[in-house]
Design a protein around this ligand. Structure first.
Ligand SMILES: NC(=O)C1=CN([C@@H]2O[C@H](COP(=O)(O)OP(=O)(O)OC[C@H]3O[C@@H](n4cnc5c(N)ncnc54)[C@H](OP(=O)(O)O)[C@@H]3O)[C@@H](O)[C@H]2O)C=CC1
Ligand SMILES: O=C(O)[C@@H]1CCC=N1
Length: 276
């Protein structure tokens, strides 16, 4: 059982998902502290997971071996600047899950040299099926990089990227990606209802089909393209449906959506730049 003392600054969706993953991975709940201004958020986290909660970011950070920054990007400058005077020095490992907030910006707000691992998880971390991109700054030691990876691996698959800029692409693909697949499930459910299936059956079939396809893609040695071909009988029903999707521009549309998400991550980086 890991007893690393981790403080989460911000107790929303992402922190909750990471906490759930850690506890499912046998992390000691008493070693986790979540700091959030909302009393209801705190009591739900304490009741569900048995973690410590507080509304005092500085106290949570001061007692931690690892600090996880999990507030909205727009709140990051104020939250980090307020933490700066309370950080132990040398600074402990800081892990950020914030989209589009650069290592340079975080370190400038925290002041002084800070070992930092920027990560981009996604909400399936809640069920330990997350996909998590990682990048470390130069101040993070090999041991700290390993520690960050171990913490995040509790939530799913981890992958180091070569450059910090790659994290914007990770954000657009897997950070936001669960929403794309949920939208596809919603659309398939609606189509099923339009074809006369009852609502329960429509939802069940849409979700189970997504699960089955994802499991096959994960467990098979074949590419998704080959798995698709195996469903598609020549002259059959799938061919007709895929033709409709391709004629409607599905692939370029998805490429545009991912590029738009990446551009937004870059925009956030520029809006929330480092202190001069
Ligand atoms: N949701 C996702 O799928 C993913 C999110 N992320 C990143 O994770 C971060 C958090 O996102 P998410 O969990 O969805 O957002 P949430 O809004 O659910 O969580 C943020 C939490 O931080 C609280 N908060 C606000 N100000 C402070 C403060 N000063 N000190 C401590 N806590 C504060 C918020 O309270 P209040 O609501 O009152 O403002 C809220 O409970 C973001 O930076 C996002 O980019 C990364 C990958 C995926
Ligand atoms: O939508 C967002 O900005 C966050 C980052 C990735 C997923 N959710």
């Amino acid at each position: 059982m890991s007893q690393t003392r981790i403080a989460f600054i911000g107790g929303g969706n992402m922190a909750r998902s990471l906490v759930a993953g850690l506890i499912a991975d046998d992390h000691e709940p008493g070693a986790l502290t979540v700091s959030d201004p909302v009393a209801e958020v705190r009591s739900r986290l304490a009741e569900t997971y048995g973690v410590h909660t507080t509304d005092d970011n500085a106290a949570a950070a001061a007692a931690a071996e690892v600090i996880v920054l999990a507030v909205k990007p727009q709140a990051a400058p104020e939250v980090c600047r307020a933490l700066a005077p309370h950080l132990q020095r040398p600074a402990p490992l800081v892990i950020s899950v914030m989209a589009g907030v650069t290592e340079a910006a975080i370190c400038s707000w925290l002041g002084g040299e800070t070992p930092l691992v920027r990560s981009m998880p996604n909400t399936p971390v809640l069920v330990q099926s997350g996909a998590i991109g990682l990048h470390a700054n130069a101040a993070a030691t090999a041991a700290q990089r390993n520690l960050a990876e171990e913490i995040l691996r509790a939530g799913g698959l981890t992958r180091w990227v070569d450059t910090e800029a790659d994290l914007d692409a990770v954000t657009a693909v897997s950070g936001s990606g669960p929403a794309y697949f949920f939208l596809f499930m919603e659309a398939l459910e609606q189509a099923a209802t339009a074809e006369g299936l009852d609502a329960d059956t429509a939802r069940l079939l849409a979700i189970q089909t997504a699960l089955g396809a994802a499991r096959m893609a994960v467990e098979s040695d074949e590419s998704p393209a080959e798995l698709r071909r195996r469903v598609t009988s020549p002259g059959g029903t799938t061919e007709r449906a895929l033709g409709t999707l391709t004629d409607g521009g599905l692939e370029p549309l998805l490429a545009r959506a991912v590029a738009a998400a990446r551009a937004r991550a870059q925009e956030l980086s520029q809006l929330l730049g480092a202190d001069a």
